[in-house]
Design a protein around this ligand. Structure first.
Ligand code: URA
Ligand code: SF4
Length: 195
């Protein structure tokens, strides 16, 4: 079981490495596919690679990643037991927001990753990931700005069983604002109960 998941994910990596479905392939250094356990029960979905992620090919390895690591440690989680990816696999120049066209072009990869991993809990980080995931799972009418729905648990039944969707602030909000780090830690604590 575990092996075939790995094989499926490797096949997907090859596809993403060769992808030219939107213009971002032209300016990327490396696509950032995702990282962690394919058997994870919890999946984190961010927005798009930033400068450091583009340089290294690893998700959340820059300033926002350091914040994410701090929060995970605070709730006793290891990166190895979760899976982390983004909606877009290539960096938008200058870290601008993803466009609708780019999300439409790239999201099938995220859909396949969700299908392969079959997580029990999906944590969306920030507005873009939250809107995408909630719309995907039929919760469109419940979508609100992240300041209104962060830390709330939404339930949905999928073909692979019930899942929980939990929106969080994007960890980047805490890079220059320690108060937000406390808010994030408090929100993430819900994962200890629903784990
Ligand atoms: N921000 C994101 O949304 N994803 C990353 O991988 C890094 C920063
Ligand atoms: Fe392909 Fe996604 Fe990269 Fe666009 S962002 S080139 S769709 S992998």
């Amino acid at each position: 079981m575990e092996k075939s998941k790995k094989r499926l994910m490797q096949g997907l990596s090859v596809e993403i490495n060769n992808c030219k479905k939107c213009e971002l392939w032209k300016t990327r250094t490396n696509p950032v596919i995702g990282e962690g356990s394919v058997d994870a029960r919890i999946m984190f979905i961010g927005e798009a690679p930033g400068y450091n992620e583009d340089k290294t090919g690893h998700p959340f390895c820059g300033a926002a990643g350091k914040i994410l690591d701090k929060i995970l440690v605070s709730i006793g989680f290891k990166r190895e037991e979760i899976y982390i990816t983004n909606i877009l696999k290539c960096r938008p120049p200058g870290n601008r927001n993803p466009t609708k066209e780019e999300i439409d072009a790239c999201s099938s990869y995220l859909d396949m990753q969700i299908e392969i991993i079959k997580p029990k809990i999906i944590c969306s980080l920030g507005n873009f990931a939250t809107a995408y995931v909630m719309e995907k799972f039929g919760l469109k009418e419940k979508v609100q700005g992240i300041s209104r729905i962060h830390g709330k648990v939404f339930l949905h039944n999928t073909l692979f069983g019930p899942i929980k969707i939990i929106p969080f602030y994007h960890p980047a909000v805490a890079v220059y604002n320690m108060n937000m780090l406390d808010v994030l830690k408090k929100d993430f604590a819900v994962l200890k109960q629903v784990r």
